[in-house]
Write a protein that binds this ligand. Structure first.
Ligand SMILES: [Zn+2]
Length: 486
């Protein structure tokens, strides 16, 4: 039996979003647990679709002792404050100094950027290595949107990234990490082959469920895996991170370097051959509504991708809401607009009251607030459990929530931003997604896990927000000189 340390420190940093992201964002809960340590870490993450949950379950089943250290995450946003990174890193370093472990599991995102560090995970790994030495097996789970770096590869024995976007396989990724940890503990080393690719793909076109090339490339990677070559990975990367090592990568582990390199070369050729196929249509709000109004029946989802909090959006932009109201649309619902003061005021007024204050539009770019009055249809405390395959088991804590109506449009309001990717967000406020003809969801891809089956059509809409969908609009300054945008 081995003693395996477990930690988590996750943030996807959109360097184009306003920062810094404070320590408080890592301490508070949102869809995922707040900062937790020791046994509380295990309770907080038990049986959720999180890598740490899957890793702990599988590693305990393998007969090992889990040493829970610290786990925290913050919703995607601007650069992480130096104070937040240094505080959490110092706590982790102190914990490692005071315990003895035979291996370390790290639940990381892989695209964290701080005020001072372009590669925050690499720096964290480097510091922890100084304490444990180079031979302690480190296995990290990474997001599908990780921007791999040489420092991260150097300081880990293995890293495994999610295979699917929507990330319905986070817990499974933890189980894959547990398999590699077991292999390392049994004295079977893993050789690595990896390479960065030289193009960025916008978030909506990375989906592994739609017609784009991502699904086929993930299948191609799986077909190259076997017992001696357990991980052949295409990691598409997070494009809204203006850093020298941003971008997709191929990452392979095998029993020999030759076998790892062989798979990497095959997969790289396949990715290069299909990279021009990433893409799709972005609709302006009025174009999307013209399209919807031309249909006589069926349900349409308008993905408000540029204000997706899951990519750093503020969750309170009003572009699509103004467009719906301006066109006199009936039977639509917008989810979620984050406005804590509005939600608090709605709770103070009470259900069935009429609230006059404006809603949303607190950030730039975002569109002006939407003026009241709003009819308050339902109130909630923001505490409920995710039921879709992406947020499965997540005990959400989104602060006071309200469902309000203005003209023919209903709006779900939260006090903490979260992407609209789970039907439980509607049901918490007494709403049924099937009751609406138009669903506006502030999400790029994750919503598909729980909502795609409800829609006759899904349109990607380009309304104001910092989760820029057309990467050509951004002024990148720090990317590798060879990087292109497809
Ligand atoms: Zn991701």
């Amino acid at each position: 039996m081995a003693r395996i340390g477990v930690l988590g420190f996750l943030h996807e940093t959109n360097t184009f979003a306003t920062g810094p992201t404070s320590l408080a964002r890592f301490i508070e809960a949102d869809a995922w647990p707040g900062l937790s340590t020791g046994d509380a870490l295990l309770d907080a993450t038990h049986d959720m679709n999180l890598a740490v949950s899957g890793f702990v379950e599988a590693t305990q089943a393998n007969g090992h002792e889990i040493v829970p250290l610290l786990w925290c995450s913050a919703n995607p946003s601007g650069r992480v404050a130096d104070e937040a990174f240094e505080t959490i890193a110092a706590r982790l370093e102190a914990m490692l100094r005071n315990t003895s472990i035979d291996g370390l599991f790290l639940d990381l995102h892989g695209a964290m950027v701080t005020e001072s560090l372009d590669d925050a995970e690499g720096e964290l790994l480097r510091r922890l290595r100084l304490i444990t030495g180079p031979d302690c097996p480190y296995v990290a789970a990474l997001d599908f949107h990780a921007n791999l770096t040489q420092t991260m590869v150097t300081h880990t024995q293995a890293m495994v990234a999610y295979h699917s976007y929507p990330h319905t396989d986070m817990a499974d990724t933890g189980r894959r990490a547990a398999g590699l940890m077991q292999r390392l503990l049994q004295g079977q080393p893993l050789a690595v082959a990896w390479r960065k690719l030289d193009f960025l793909v916008s978030m909506p076109w990375q989906c592994t469920l739609s017609d784009g090339p991502a699904a086929a490339l993930m299948s191609a990677a799986r077909s190259l895996e076997d017992r001696d070559r357990p991980e052949v990975q295409f990691v598409p990367g997070f494009p809204l991170s203006d850093t020298p090592e941003a971008g997709p990568a191929v990452l392979c582990y095998a029993s020999t370097a030759t076998r790892a390199h062989e798979a990497a070369a095959i997969l790289i050729d396949q990715i290069e051959a299909s990279k021009q196929n990433f893409g799709g249509r972005l609709y302006l709000p009025d174009e999307a509504l013209d399209h919807v109004l031309a249909r006589t029946e069926g349900r349409t989802i308008l993905a408000d991708t540029q204000d997706n909090p899951g990519g750093g959006g503020t969750g309170d932009t009003t572009g699509l809401l103004h467009a719906l109201l301006g066109r006199g649309i009936e039977n639509a619902c917008v989810a979620l607009i984050c406005d804590a003061e509005f939600a608090q005021a709605a709770h103070a007024c009470g259900r069935d009251a009429r609230l006059k204050r404006p809603l949303g539009g607190h950030h730039d770019p975002g569109g002006p607030p939407v003026d009241g009055p709003f009819d308050i249809l339902a109130l909630g405390d923001g505490r409920f459990t995710g039921t879709g395959s992406f947020y499965r088991g997540c005990r959400m804590d989104l602060g006071p929530m309200a469902r309000v109506r203005k003209d023919g449009v209903e709006i779900l309001v939260s006090s903490r931003k979260q992407q609209a990717a789970d039907q439980a967000m509607f049901r918490h406020l007494g709403a049924q997604p099937l009751a609406y003809r138009i669903l506006v969801l502030k999400s790029s891809v994750h919503f598909r896990a729980d909502f795609a089956a409800l829609a006759d059509e899904i349109l990607m809409v380009k309304a104001p927000g910092v989760n820029t969908a057309d990467l050509h609009e951004l002024n990148f300054r720090h990317l590798h000189p060879s990087m292109t945008i497809v």
